[in-house]
Design a protein around this ligand. Structure first.
Ligand SMILES: Cc1cc2nc3c(=O)[nH]c(=O)nc-3n(C[C@H](O)[C@H](O)[C@H](O)COP(=O)(O)OP(=O)(O)OC[C@H]3O[C@@H](n4cnc5c(N)ncnc54)[C@H](O)[C@@H]3O)c2cc1C
Length: 428
């Protein structure tokens, strides 16, 4: 897990323990040997768990199932993380969908409806099994103060998740269809970390939305289809277990990526000289989250304008995002890079200047995360290097001192990227 995920997990387990009145038992170590020991010392009849789709988890759970069955213990995993299992959504010929829209509209929406959420159990009986560690001994918390700033933006745990969903259904969803592209507006749900850590189920999100609205409501339809993207990513991972490392379009193995460690650091630190990119990268580091529209802009900038390997971006997001998710992160980075399923075509390069004008025209978002540009008129904020000298002086900005010059030329780097992409066409 990345640093942000470990931090979230610590607090999430703390909240879970509170709601279980201090009864949560934590075991740390290889799952197989822990369960082996427990099976020897206790009369265990059945073991149940929620299914997960990461390759290492599938391998572990398969072994666990075999081991338990050999001991005569009933072992069963359940659908809990997804609305539809990957194998429940298939084309007529039985093969998996490769393109999102038919996957969701034709596949998911015509499959049997997802299970309704279950209510919390009234009475849980806890076995008297001593834990082998404590939450603190798991050392999930980072050592520096970064954690305090990050957490200030969130209420970790089930109650926080429910409050987010309710607030989104009261307000955000009505403007969601168009407003979800505006990073400074509160129109997205910000449920992703809660969903990732199972603090709220996707079934609760799905049915809570449908209790208040219906598929004919634009915001509701779009929100449900975004949950569909989550399903699609999980399906891609299930059928392509190497999604994190291997491009789905194998031609991309030959793509001429650049190696430029200094540029990578500038991207990570939000010092590229393109304010919308820098605002996004700083939002990520300061809040453990980045708005989806901006994820696409910073992603495109990394893999196309800087032509750095998408795996560098995937790794940095993995470390910094509270919602870091093996399936969604890998699938989205492959999509951005143009090598994934249903991918944005490689020649579609987001221009960071026009994207800023289009989606942050008043520069509210940029000003929030790049405060050194706060005095610059919104007209120039997407591209301070284009501002006349007197405008920069009036805003108290010296480029290269207060804010960096662009690290690459947006137009030229786009052409270079297209040239590099053209080399793939020759590969059979
Ligand atoms: C480069 C890149 C990396 C990403 N990495 C992750 C990641 O590690 N974890 C992650 O959960 N999402 C990831 N996403 C997808 C998306 O950006 C986030 O799910 C979304 O921004 C979360 O914010 P939200 O909860 O406010 O979303 P909302 O717009 O409110 O959407 C509701 C829910 O739908 C799901 N969802 C929405 N969009 C997507 C999508 N494109 N793919 C998969 N699920 C989606 C999420 O669970 C989200 O919480 C990534 C996108 C990009 C472009």
């Amino acid at each position: 897990m990345g640093r942000a995920s470990r931090l979230w997990l610590h607090h999430s387990l703390e909240r879970l323990n509170q709601s279980l009145k201090g009864k949560l038992q934590i075991f740390n170590g290889p799952a197989l040997s822990i369960f082996e020991t427990l099976a020897q010392s206790h009369d265990i009849k059945e073991i149940h768990w929620n299914r997960a789709y990461e390759p290492w988890r599938i391998a572990r759970d398969t072994k666990l199932k075999d081991m338990m069955q050999e001991k005569g213990i009933h072992a069963e995993s359940h659908k809990a993380n997804l609305l539809w299992e990957p194998w429940e959504v298939a084309k007529k010929d039985g093969t998996p969908y490769k393109v999102f829209t038919p996957f969701y509209r034709r596949g998911c929406l015509n499959a049997p409806a997802p299970r309704r959420p279950l209510s919390a159990p009234q009475d849980i009986k806890f076995a008297d099994i001593p834990a082998n560690t404590s939450l603190d001994d798991c050392e999930l918390l980072p050592k520096n103060r970064w954690k305090d700033d990050l957490l200030a933006h969130w209420t970790v745990g089930e109650d926080g998740a429910r409050a987010r969903l309710d607030s989104f259904l009261d307000n955000g969803i009505n403007d969601y269809k168009e407003g979800r592209n505006l990073p400074h507006k509160p129109f997205v749900s910000r449920l992703s970390p809660h969903l990732h850590f199972g603090e709220i189920s996707v079934n609760q999100c799905w049915y809570s939305a449908l209790e208040r609205y219906d598929m004919g409501h634009e915001g509701c339809d779009t929100f449900l289809s975004e949950l569909g993207w989550r399903e699609f990513s999980a399906s891609l991972l299930f059928y392509h277990q190497e999604l994190k490392t291997d491009p789905l379009n194998q031609k991309f193995i030959h793509f001429p990526w650049r190696e430029a460690p200094d540029d990578l650091v500038k991207w990570q630190q939000g010092q590229t000289g393109y304010p919308i990119v820098d605002a996004g990268m700083r939002e990520l580091y300061q809040t453990g989250y980045m708005h989806n529209r901006v994820r696409m802009i910073v992603g495109s900038f990394l893999v196309k304008n800087l032509r750095l390997h998408w795996q560098y971006g995937e790794a940095w997001f993995w470390d910094c995002l509270f919602d870091a998710d093996h399936a969604a992160n890998s699938a989205s980075w492959q999509w951005i890079a143009g090598c994934g399923a249903d991918a944005a075509p490689y020649f579609r390069v987001f221009n960071p200047i026009t994207q800023a004008e289009r989606f942050d025209g008043e520069a509210h978002y940029i000003k929030q995360f790049v405060p050194e540009l706060a005095n610059l008129p919104a007209k120039y904020i997407g591209d301070p290097s284009a501002a006349p000298a007197d405008v920069l002086a009036a805003a108290n900005i010296t480029l290269g001192r207060d804010y960096p010059y662009p690290i690459v030329d947006a137009k030229q780097s786009r052409l270079d990227a297209l040239g590099a992409f053209a080399t793939l066409k020759e590969i059979a």
